[in-house]
Design a protein around this ligand. Structure first.
Ligand code: ITT
Length: 214
């Protein structure tokens, strides 16, 4: 079964391909320049992009996936959020570290709280005339240095929180069954990132919705 993933980001395609392959689906990248609406709501952006692209599908029976993500830093009131692409292309990961260094605390627990953040992803799948929407969140913190060459985007500055036995994210500082032991997403493999990933969580919801509509 082929699923078109509308994105310009090859890192996102790699993660979605790995996930959907386990469900017998082949992901193909679909390049389409959608206009992004002016809003701070990821779901509104995702649905708008999906609606703009549906009529351009090679075959009307094909499935189309759109997924929009962003990094939301608590101490910056959720910035860069929906502006994540722009911020990555302008000030970059070093720019985010510089912003957070202004807020540094000598107390390690306080400092870790000041750096708490989350990745959010909203995925929307168009299939058989219906749209399934799902959100995924990954809690974590921003590291003090850029570390690792794996992944893409903000991965080298993001350390996910540990996971409990059921795979749910714990609070910053809590020790769980599964941990990267302080490594950023840039220092772990794609397979390991999937355990924590906001994208994988959003895509799990898509698979659940997909199995309901058969
Ligand atoms: P498309 O909109 O074409 O899909 P994009 O790279 O702009 O590509 P997003 O809007 O979903 O993708 O992501 C916004 C920014 O957040 C972008 O710069 C990404 O590199 C970054 N980002 C998204 N998911 C990420 C992840 O899992 N790890 C690191 N950075 C991520």
């Amino acid at each position: 079964m082929t699923l078109w993933f509308m994105t310009s980001n090859k890192g996102k395609v790699a993660e979605a391909s790995e996930y959907f392959a386990n469900h017998g689906m082949i992901v193909k990248q679909f390049e389409f320049e959608a206009t992004e609406p002016q809003t701070d709501d990821l779901e509104v952006v995702t649905i708008s992009k999906l609606e703009q692209a549906i009529s351009t599908l090679p075959n009307p029976d094909d499935m189309l996936l759109v997924e929009d993500a962003g990094l939301f830093v608590d101490a910056l009131d959720g910035f860069p959020g929906v502006y994540s692409s722009y911020v990555l292309n302008t000030i970059g990961t070093h720019g985010i570290l510089k912003l957070l260094d202004q807020l540094k605390s000598e107390n390690p627990i306080q400092d870790s709280k000041l750096r708490s953040a989350e990745f959010r992803a909203v995925a929307a799948l168009y299939c058989k005339g219906q749209t399934i929407i799902s959100e995924g969140v990954c809690r974590g913190r921003i590291s003090h240095q850029v570390r690792g060459d794996e992944g893409f985007g903000f991965d080298p500055i993001f350390v996910p929180t540990d996971l409990d036995v059921t795979g749910e994210s714990l609070e910053c500082g809590e020790l769980g069954e599964t941990s990267t032991h302080g490594k950023t997403f840039g220092e772990i493999t794609l397979e390991e990132k999937q355990l924590y990933s906001h994208r994988r969580r959003a895509l799990s919801g898509i698979i659940e919705g997909f199995s309901r509509i058969g």
